[in-house]
Design a protein around this ligand. Structure first.
Ligand code: HDE
Length: 754
């Protein structure tokens, strides 16, 4: 009887799963439950008005008072969302094993329904991000200008920092040419302060009302939804050439700043001017800066493009790996300070215009604290995805200015979370909860998780003791600076000082080294070549002519179009050397050194460079033909990358010992063929040749020892090329490339076309 057989199977399953019978027909006699069902509350109910639920215990031993986030994964058995233990989660409840699924299967419906709603809308911009926890330590140097207690000397404040690209959707690649977000949530004792900045100190537009327009233009075309995470398309260039205030930000995007090497090697900027207020009520205007301890570094454009394909999570992985390895990234927070004058100009620069920066040579960045990222999130969705930043999250001592872009942002960030996080209670999500005590009168709403007490959420009231009470300044109240608002007609206009769209782009251009300028020319040429409409390219050239004739002429040559004459003539501003990324040396922490070897080679050299690189806080990765371990000398060396998985873009430097000799691997046959034809026989694995050739093209440090020079030769790398070291031992090879690594690349060897 097949039905009876099935019933027996079900019983078996139940026995297997729960270990004891239930009232299923045919099941063995029930074993008494391990915990007695309570028949009545164990203690008296607490009296009103407390109204707390009884402190009972459940039969599974869970205390009902345990906070929900702790019980989410409590207990050893799988349960439904209601805490009931299903005996099977792999089969729907059916009328027989081949029969229809029953509507009564709550477990099935709950599981599928929850899954159907697992995704929330991605951020409308900055959708792709990576984040980390950390700590901010105040130096106390800012107390003169701000009463914010987290800036006080040695005050330690927990932080959560989210880095992001702007244009791409959540699954897009990290290494695209784009602005990067740098948003920091400080959980201060006085409430949450969010510093929601970017890695570029200026913005595309001067008024928030244009934000939907610039984003519509920069996002993929609405008909076919391409290109993803790119600015190299018609609508972007149409917008930025018709709104010439975007010229400055676009120039930064086309520079190396648009393709950072790592989130750890990026500056951050608050962009707008903020107003700080000290204990005496005196105000100072400031611009926020994050300065990375590792310096500012970028990828080469070709590297960024290759990486977007071979490792789209490159920046995310880089950040997480560094933190996991204990190489905690650090930034100094600094401020440029300006007197809070009525005109809010500094050296003729309008401090309310977010398309302008103030050169550091005119207003030095003064350090006020240190940020250290020291822990990775435990759950991407709960933390990185659900974190909600807002420029309006301010603490006493920090206030805003009338920058029209900032003013619009003060509305937008709260508004967007209501759609994205499904209601107004997102600040109750664990990652968004302030560490300061919260006692608001906000009630109810979607996803309310607080069980508010009392009957009078208004004040004053005579029923709940009049609480909560209002703080005065003495108790840390946030009091807006009573800034005087100019008596002026209501207009939809910008100040005349906002009309200068070219002097700062020219300043940036003049501050670049020749190599950096070559990269900018190449980037404009690439992006504009991707545009379809000639009229847009021609308009872009007109904009470039106003920045610099040489820049315009070179891009025009690349596009095959005539270079127009400038329409604006400007006196040359003094360059700001601080804007250039080249010319300094930086710590080597976290730099990746690939050590290319094969079994049978100098393993003791490999071991010794790996150890030396680790000791110097670098990351050595052994690259060999196949995975596993190399152990011909009895002391095994673990292989981290194979010739198939290694790509040059992952490495800041390469060291190579003798690569496979002819006949030693699968490529011997190919070489043999090449031998017959008398061409191209090298005996070197072509993947090693590619690794070395790419690293060489991208100006990376390369060292060879123990016959490794043959591999260099196969890759067409001439001995004595700048940044290439041939050494007698592995240790000498490492020493040779270390000095170069601090300067990031062998710039004199760098191919400008990349
Ligand atoms: Fe944003 N921006 N933005 N932005 N922004 C958002 O908020 C907006 C601007 C920045 O990691 C959104 O929660 C307007 C400048 C970062 O979660 C949204 C304007 C700067 C992040 C929004 C700007 C930024 C955002 C989308 C023009 C640098 C990611 C999702 C007035 C100073 C934060 C969200 C994170 C995110 C609006 C311009 C930085 C829609 C209206 C300038 C780093 O609210």
């Amino acid at each position: 009887n097949p039905v009876a057989a099935t019933a027996d199977k079900v019983v078996e399953k139940v026995q297997e799963a729960v270990g004891s019978g239930t009232d299923i027909p045919g099941a063995p006699a029930p074993v008494p439950p391990s915990v007695d069902e309570p028949t009545r509350p164990t203690g008296p109910l607490p009296p009103k008005p407390d109204q707390r639920g009884p402190d009972t215990y459940s039969p599974t031993g869970q205390a009902t008072s345990t906070p929900q986030d702790e019980v989410a994964q409590g207990g050893e058995f799988l349960t439904t969302a209601q805490g009931t233990r299903p005996y099977d989660t792999d089969h729907s409840l059916k009328a027989g094993p081949r029969g229809p699924v029953l509507l009564q299967d709550h477990h099935l419906r709950e599981k599928i329904t929850h899954f159907d709603h697992e995704r929330i809308p991605e951020r409308v911009v900055h959708a792709r991000g990576a984040a980390a926890h950390g700590v901010f330590q105040g130096y106390g140097t800012a107390t003169r200008i701000s009463k914010a207690t987290f800036l006080g000397k040695d005050v330690e404040t927990p932080v959560f920092v989210r880095f992001s690209t702007v244009l791409g959707s959540r699954g897009s690649a990290d290494t695209v040419r784009d602005t990067r977000g740098f948003a920091t949530k400080f959980y201060t004792g006085e409430g949450v302060f969010d510093l929601v900045g970017n890695n570029i100190p200026v913005f595309f537009i001067q008024d928030a009302i244009k934000f939907p327009d610039v984003v519509h233009a920069a996002k993929p075309h609405p008909d076919r939804e391409i290109p993803q995470a790119q600015s190299a398309h018609d609508t972007f260039w149409d917008f930025v050439t018709l709104h010439t205030e975007a010229t400055h930000h676009t120039l930064w995007n086309m520079s190396d700043r648009g393709i950072p090497r790592s989130y750890r090697m990026m500056e951050g900027f608050g962009v707008h001017t903020f107003r700080l207020v000290n204990a005496e009520g005196a105000t100072t205007l400031v611009k926020w800066h994050w300065k990375p301890k590792l310096g500012v570094h970028s990828m080469a454009w070709e590297e960024a493009q290759i990486t977007a394909g071979v490792d789209p999570d490159f920046h995310r992985r880089d950040l997480a790996d560094a933190i996991e390895a204990g190489a905690f990234p650090q930034w100094e927070l600094g401020v440029q300070t300006f007197p809070d004058t009525e005109d809010q100009l500094f050296e003729g620069i309008d401090l309310l215009d977010p398309t302008k920066m103030v050169p550091e040579e005119l207003a030095p960045v003064q350090p006020v604290g240190l940020l250290t990222l020291n822990a990775n999130p435990s759950n991407y969705f709960a933390e990185t995805e659900q974190v909600a930043f807002h420029v309006g999250h301010l603490v006493p001592g920090i206030d805003v200015t009338d920058d029209p872009l900032l003013q619009g942002r003060l509305f937008s960030y709260l508004d967007t979370q209501i759609t994205r996080l499904g209601g107004p209670n997102f600040s109750q999500l664990p990652i968004n909860r302030p560490h300061a005590a919260v006692n608001d009168m906000l009630r109810d709403g979607m996803h309310q998780t607080a069980v508010h007490r009392g009957v009078a959420p208004y004040r004053p009231n005579s029923l709940d003791g009049g609480c909560p009470f209002l703080a005065g300044e003495d108790n840390g109240a946030y009091v807006e600076v009573p800034e005087r608002v100019p008596a002026a007609p209501k207009v939809r206009e910008a100040a005349a000082s906002f009309d200068d769209h070219y002097s700062q782009p020219r300043l940036f251009w003049l501050s670049m080294t020749p190599t950096e300028r070559e990269h900018i020319v190449a980037a404009y040429t690439f992006e504009l070549s991707k545009c379809w409409e000639t009229a847009i390219k021609e308009r872009a050239l007109k904009v470039l002519a106003n920045i610099d004739g040489g820049l315009c002429a070179q891009v025009a040559a690349g596009l095959g179009l005539p270079a127009p004459a400038p329409t604006v003539t400007l006196a040359d501003p003094a360059p700001s050397p601080a804007l250039s990324q080249l010319g300094s040396t930086w710590p080597l922490d976290g730099r990746t050194v690939g050590v290319i070897t094969t079994d049978g080679q100098d393993l003791s050299g490999v071991r010794s460079v790996a150890r030396a690189a680790l000791d110097a806080d670098m990351v050595p990765l052994v690259i060999a033909p196949a995975g596993g371990v190399l152990d011909h000398d009895g002391d095994p060396v673990t292989v981290q990358r194979t010739f198939a998985t290694a790509r040059s873009t992952e490495f800041d430097a390469l060291l190579v010992t003798s690569a496979p000799a002819p006949g030693a691997d699968a490529f011997a046959a190919r070489d043999a063929k090449a031998d017959e034809s008398g061409e191209g026989a090298t005996g070197i694995d072509p993947r090693v040749v590619l690794l070395l050739a790419e690293a060489h093209r991208h100006g990376k440090a390369i060292g060879a020892w123990n016959g490794g020079a043959r591999a260099l030769e196969a890759a067409g790398i001439a001995p004595g090329t700048p940044g290439v070291v041939t050494a007698d031992s592995a240790e000498d090879g490492l020493r040779g490339i270390t000095e170069l690594l601090g300067r990031h690349r062998a710039w004199d060897r760098f191919d400008p076309a990349l």
